[in-house]
Design a protein. Structure first.
Length: 660
């Protein structure tokens, strides 16, 4: 993403002033005097940020913004609106249309550039420097430029500032890796700069090196007491400064300040709400002189409307106003989760103790009397913003700790679950082996007495049937039928048991030939002339020949059985496209089944037809499923009552072989 800035304003003075300011801040700019020029620029290039005037000669800026927001090319571009209009409805309209910021004219260039940097940093559009970034604060042009040159030769990226106040603003904007600050500066001095850095949650971890021209023995102690990490006298060689800086950076490591935390020196927005236009303008002027962006509202309704679309850093709220009063406005602000943390300072022209108690009870964070001397008010605003910053930082720390604790708990729970699952799987496998062994043993032991019952019943019917009356003969035939039925069930159980215990002997198998062998056996056991069996040529598979024969015997056998009463019965074995892959299938046009009960097909002893309709043990398809799963595949079926069924299966995780 480009980090270029598009400036759209019909005023040549504004365009050149903004272009100069952004270029000085290291950002490339493109300037346009109309919406038509801006459209052309957006069509030819991509921009990280657009500064857009609302009143353009050929378009309404907000309507223009709405149109470009509808295009994908400008979807991730930050937009700052500029306007001479002070109406809250214009601000609300612009922000709800898609602007990220709204700045009133006349604007403060320092604030505007700083806010632009925040938007770019928040959207991760700026390119981070590979080398360390150093901020030099010194009012001596000779020393400052000489130090800058030496630092750049040492592969540092350098920013400079002349005063302490300017240095703090630059530090908030660029978040350098270290600061080198002169002890004596116009305005606030070097130690005060360091103290303010240490009081700023976003900057407090910033390594600071203090320079001084003083030979006083207590100068170093004074510097360290202010919070400096290192101290160098200006008379020392530049190499000493570079060595101290390198050592300081090594010791400091990563900054402890969170880059997601807004700095106290970063641009701040204050909402002032008062029905007195005179006091409102005086208050706005005093706050703007301290670098604040001031948003004006004339009543509580306007304030609430604006807060719904644009967050601010502090609210100054008059107690006595028409419409919604200050106390009710405060209550409504503090009742909204997204607003309740904004500091609210209530202002009053009355020295009324009861009103102060009511205001604080409504949720105000501070309560002060109106005065033409704004020094106290400025200090209270800064104190509330600083308190809010500390609360935000502590909340972030708590959230991080809770997140880490939650992650640790989730990891511990996942580990315990995996261990429990592994133990259960092992236990289940052991139980399955024991059950299969038990089933095999029991089934094997039952076969001998059942054969005796079947054999002697047959002998009685053949040799001594005359000694029995018709009822006795019927009873004996029913005993033999039950014994044979039990024998079939035991044979199927033994086969199911062997499937679970047998070792797979994988080989290349001609599935077409195997299918024809099974079909021939079925024709021999249950001769039928009305069934057509179609087996595709070239079907091959990798698997256990004996077990795959069991699969075909069961699936083809079912098809054979369930087409017994079907005219022009047809059975087909082949491959088909299913879910974007090839699968084996056996299709018939027999009795079919209701798909509502499809999940019961492969459950042992579950049958969808009565014994009288279609005899069987209910074990065959369970055996098929176990064989297919042991081959790494899956099996499923589709059917419709009276229209037949189709059984699909895959082998080795879904692969199907077809000889070419």
């Amino acid at each position: 993403m480009s980090s270029r800035v598009l400036i759209v304003d019909d005023s040549l003075t504004v365009r050149m002033d903004l272009a100069e300011s952004f270029n000085a801040a290291g950002l490339e700019t493109v300037i346009c005097a109309s919406a038509a020029e801006a459209r052309k620029a957006l069509a030819e290039d991509r921009f990280a940020l657009m500064i857009l005037d609302i009143l353009l000669p050929d378009a309404d800026g907000i309507e223009f913004l709405e149109k470009i927001r509808a295009t994908r090319a400008a979807d991730d571009m930050a937009v700052m609106l500029l306007s001479t209009e002070s109406e809250v409805r214009d601000r609300v309209r612009g922000l709800t249309t898609g602007a990220d910021e709204f700045i009133g004219k006349p604007y403060d260039t320092t604030y505007l550039v700083a806010r632009a940097r925040e938007l770019l940093r928040g959207q991760h559009m700026t390119v981070a420097a590979v080398e360390a970034t150093i901020l030099v604060i010194d009012d001596s042009p000779t020393f400052r430029e000489g130090l800058k040159e030496a630092l750049e030769q040492a592969s540092y990226r350098v920013f400079t500032a002349i005063t302490g106040e300017e240095g703090l603003r630059v530090a908030a904007e660029v978040r350098p890796d270290a600061v080198i600050v002169d002890g004596v500066l116009p305005g606030i001095d070097g130690p005060t700069v360091i103290r303010r850095i240490r009081l700023d949650a976003a900057l407090r971890g910033l390594p600071c090196l203090l320079l001084t021209a003083s030979d006083d023995d207590g100068a170093e102690l004074h510097a360290l007491d202010a919070g400096a990490d290192a101290f160098v006298r200006k008379g020392e060689d530049i190499a000493i400064v570079l060595a101290r800086l390198a050592a300081m950076l090594r010791s400091a490591g990563a900054q402890t300040g969170d880059r997601s935390t807004a700095s106290l020196q970063a641009p701040k927005k204050v909402l002032t709400v008062d029905d007195s236009e005179t006091y409102l303008q005086e208050l706005a002027g005093a706050l703007r002189s301290d670098g604040y962006e001031v948003v004006l509202a004339r009543c509580g309704e306007e304030a609430l409307e604006l807060l719904a679309v644009q967050p601010v850093d502090c609210i100054l709220l008059d107690v006595m106003m028409p419409g919604i009063g200050g106390q009710e406005t405060c209550r409504r602000v503090k009742s909204v989760p997204t607003m309740r943390d904004i500091p609210v300072i209530m202002l009053t022209a009355l020295e009324d103790r009861e009103a102060m108690i009511q205001g604080l009870g409504a949720g105000a964070d501070d309560y002060i009397a109106k005065s033409s001397d704004f020094e106290v008010l400025r200090a209270r605003v800064l104190a509330q913003i600083r308190r809010k910053q500390f609360e935000d930082e502590n909340r972030l720390i708590r959230e991080k700790l809770l997140r880490r604790e939650l992650e640790a708990m989730e990891a511990r729970a996942a580990r315990e679950l995996a261990e429990a699952r592994a133990a259960l799987v092992g236990e289940l496998e052991q139980k399955n082996k024991e059950l299969e062994a038990f089933s095999y043993s029991v089934s094997h032991d039952l076969r001998a007495p059942l054969r005796s019952i079947d054999g002697f019943s047959q002998a009685l019917l053949e040799d001594h049937a005359g000694a029995l009356d018709p009822t006795g003969q019927n009873y004996l035939r029913r005993v033999r039928t039950a014994a044979q039925r039990m024998g079939e069930l035991i044979d199927d159980l033994l086969q199911l048991s062997r499937v679970g215990r047998a070792t797979l002997q994988r080989a290349h198998i001609d599935l077409s030939a195997l299918g024809r062998t099974v079909a021939t056996a079925l024709q021999r056991i249950s001769p039928r002339e009305t069934v057509r069996v179609s087996i595709a040529d070239g079907l091959v598979a990798e698997g256990d020949a004996g077990l795959l024969r069991v699969v075909l015997e069961n699936i083809l056998g079912n098809a054979w059985k369930f087409t017994t009463n079907t005219i022009d019965a047809a059975i087909e074995l082949g491959v088909a496209a299913k879910d974007d892959s090839l699968v084996y299938f056996v299709r018939d046009n027999g009795a079919g089944f209701d798909m509502t009960y499809a999940d019961k097909l492969f459950v042992p002893f579950q049958r969808l037809h009565t014994e009288a309709e279609f005899p069987g043990t209910g074990i065959g398809l369970a055996t098929v499923q176990r064989i297919i799963e042991r081959h790494g595949g899956r099996v499923w079926a589709e059917g419709e009552v009276g229209k037949g069924a189709v059984f699909y299966w895959t082998l080795s995780g879904g692969s199907v072989g077809v000889a070419i």
